[in-house]
Write a protein that binds this ligand. Structure first.
Ligand code: BGC
Length: 714
């Protein structure tokens, strides 16, 4: 199961299909729109790091100039799925090679029939090369015209980010375009070449902002015409001379066949590292590969200045911003299968420490408070207001940018997990340790002494469950803050022993006196954790006093409980958007015993809006259910996650891939069903496989060495 297939053209689900058929190479990604273009499509190519500011709104990834346009004219009639007759249709994404292809047999309104195939890929072997091949087999004699363009008139749902710098033609079949983002001043250059056999006529149209190459051919019944469009692309983030770089990559590009071969080899190497084989369950097999594919095409391999947005590079949703989705949901996949990518992503957080320090300082705290939504610089980019989903004319206040402090601990957790799994002491001493110490410093300074309870905690926060805002002592936040502070103390001790110069430098720059460190320990030891005598953890102060709800009473439904209750009112109920307390046994498995996990699982599961709440939820439910020994239930949650984008469960996949869910799927398989755990001695497995899975195998890196797992063990 390597192929995603669409056998009928369904205009109403195109936005969903555009997302799932997105291709990319970790440098950029292009949604699965059609070469010929349609009015209501959501056409986009996003390049990592190419952010632009929008006046009075937020920083967002700018939808780049479009490299795809290619139109076909059969005896003067333009090929369009909106007209004429579709006699045969098939679209496929080969996940193994990342090649998207479409084959259509089409009859024009005037009765001209042809078989048209398109194949395209965004090269992984050369990140600056994009390739498209079109073949037309006419069932008539006459003429065929091809127009291939670069289109600089792109926008983000009406918001224009680009200004044309210049355009032109170099050789008869080579044209180029240079554009610059309006506010951030990032330049992008594209250069295209059109290669074909025996055109009768070839010309260049210097259309403003849409340089176009046009070729006309004789159509002979049954004879296939092949046209290849190669595009080189570069930005001023890569070089001071993007146009030269784009041309260089175009000129160095081998022909279609050789470029495709290089693409296949590059992807073989990716899958060799991270494929999971599941025998006996085709749906699970496809979903796992699909998720990995979407993480891989968004993963920056040669750039440590960017993060992966919550919707990857596959849609306009969340403006390309990164959340805790990266560290807690996606990063483990890279930590264990592609440590070099994990390190790039963690470097991004390291590089944005200055912004995180500023955010903490502006709020009156020490250390680093990372942005809840982060773009290029790491400044907070969470919008303050968004349209209310109950009434789009009203605005709803978004509090996460002000109150979600757990993000700092999530970053620390990911850095520490990377270190534990990779054994990359050099990186950790140089960068990771500072991440842990700076986040710990933040949590110590943000902690409040609560006299009546004789403990430290955090008032006025938002935990992972965003149906409740302005809460106090969110168990997840308090526990991870405690973990962060205690782990930072261990890290400092390690640093002092193994890297004394670095330890001394950090001790001085972060003012880590003995007295300060003793205070850190006191804060951590006296952290309020909201654990009841029976082990039940109260999600935040007063949660158990809220009105209880039987979610069954609202079935059947297709909306989230947030939409049903309304943003304000949702605060009054014991219904949660996504696992919050249950994140704890997932992230800190050794700290919770089976009985306590069961108690909390039983309490929170029926109160979690798993189907229509956050897409981050089901995979975590699956992991915790598997851990509690409920394999069938775990599998049901796993399927919910597996279907999130493939079946567009929430109806919003058109905005982009739910990247956290994609990462969660890998984690549900590896940490959940296979039970992979790191231990003092190395790693171990506690498999609890779904009944249908006859065999599963996967690979991961531990301390620089690839490990191979086969279950059941031979
Ligand atoms: C979830 C957050 C998540 C964000 C981006 C929200 O709906 O509640 O946990 O970080 O989406 O995916």
């Amino acid at each position: 199961m390597w192929t995603l297939t669409e056998t009928t053209f369904a205009p109403t689900s195109q936005h969903h299909k555009e997302t799932i058929f997105t291709i990319g190479n970790g440098y950029l990604a292009t949604r699965g729109v059609f070469e010929e273009g349609y009015p209501d499509e959501s056409r986009a190519t996003f390049i990592h790091g190419v952010f632009d500011d929008v006046p009075f709104a937020v920083t967002e990834l700018a939808n780049a100039p479009d490299w795809l346009p290619l139109t076909i004219w059969l005896d003067g009639e333009k090929f369009s799925l909106a007209e004429g007759q579709i006699l045969d249709y098939n679209r496929q994404l080969d996940l193994r090679t990342a090649v998207l292809s479409r084959r259509v047999r089409w009859q024009s309104p005037g009765g001209k029939t042809a078989v048209i195939t398109f194949e395209r890929f965004v090269s992984l072997a050369d990140e600056h090369l994009l390739a498209l091949r079109c073949r037309v087999t006419p069932e008539f004699d006459g003429s065929i015209e091809i127009r291939a363009a670069l289109n600089g008139c792109t926008d983000n749902r009406g918001m224009a980010h680009w200004q044309r710098i210049d355009q032109g033609q170099i050789a008869p079949s080579t044209a180029w375009l240079r554009s610059r983002t309006r506010a951030s001043g990032i330049e992008v250059a594209l250069a295209m070449r059109l290669q074909s056999t025996s055109s009768l006529q070839s010309e260049y149209w210097d259309a403003e902002n849409v340089p176009t190459l046009r070729q006309v051919f004789r159509a002979c019944r049954g004879e296939t015409l092949t046209v290849t469009k190669l595009v080189g692309i570069a930005t001023s983030r890569d070089t001071a001379h993007p146009q030269e770089m784009a041309l260089e990559h175009l000129n160095q590009a081998p022909g279609w066949e050789a470029a495709l071969e290089a693409q296949k080899q590059a992807w073989d190497r990716e899958w060799e590292r991270c494929d999971i084989v599941i025998e006996g369950d085709e749906e699970a097999q496809l979903a796992v590969r699909f998720s990995l594919f979407h993480l891989l095409i968004a993963a920056p391999r040669h750039d440590n200045r960017v993060n992966i947005g919550a919707k990857t590079l596959s849609g306009f949703g969340y403006h390309g911003h990164a959340f805790w989705d990266t560290e807690i949901f996606m990063l483990p996949v890279f930590t264990f299968t592609a440590p070099h990518i994990a390190r790039n992503l963690l470097d991004y957080r390291y590089r944005t420490l200055p912004a995180a320090r500023r955010k903490a300082a502006q709020a009156g705290y020490e250390g680093a408070w990372f942005a809840w939504e982060s773009a290029d610089t790491g400044e907070e980019t969470t919008p303050t207001w968004v349209p209310d989903f109950q009434d789009k004319k009203k605005l709803a206040r978004v509090w996460t940018g002000d109150l979600a402090i757990h993000i700092s601990a999530d970053v620390a957790y990911a850095a520490y997990q990377y270190w534990q799994a990779s054994g990359d002491d050099a990186w950790f001493a140089e960068r990771g340790a500072e991440l842990l110490l700076e986040t710990a410093r933040f949590f110590v300074s943000r902690a409040e002494w609560q006299d009546e309870r004789r403990g430290y905690g955090y008032q006025d926060v938002i935990g992972p469950d965003e149906y409740h805002d302005h809460v106090s002592n969110n168990a997840y936040t308090n526990k991870l803050a405690q973990w962060n502070i205690l782990t930072a103390l261990d890290v400092l001790a390690w640093l002092r022993e193994h890297h004394p110069a670095r330890a001394a430098a950090l001790t001085q720059s972060l003012h880590l006196s003995d007295e300060t460190l003793a205070h850190w320990r006191t804060v951590a030891e006296k952290m309020l954790l909201n654990v009841r005598p029976n082990g039940l953890i109260e999600q935040f102060d007063g949660f158990f006093a809220l009105q209880d709800v039987n979610l069954q009473d609202y079935e059947p439904r297709t909306k989230s409980m947030h939409e049903i209750f309304g943003i304000e009112a949702a605060n009054r109920y014991q219904v949660i958007k996504q696992p919050d307390v249950l994140m704890l046994p997932h992230l800190l498995p050794d700290e919770y015993r089976q009985e306590q996990i069961q108690t909390n699982y039983d309490h929170y599961t029926p109160r979690t809006d798993a189907t229509y709440g956050s897409s981050l939820g089901p995979s975590i439910q699956a992991i915790v259910a598997a851990r509690a020994g409920h394999v069938e239930e775990a599998y049901r949650y796993f399927l919910l996650a597996a279907r999130a984008d493939l079946n567009d469960v929430r109806g919003n996949a058109g905005d982009g891939i739910h990247a956290a869910s994609a990462g969660g799927i890998w984690q549900a398989v590896v940490f959940g069903f296979c039970g992979l755990r790191l231990t003092q001695e190395g790693w171990r497995l506690e498999p609890r496989l779904p009944a249908a899975w006859k065999r599963i195998s996967f690979r991961f890196f531990y301390r620089g060495r690839q490990q191979v797992v086969e279950l059941p063990a031979a």
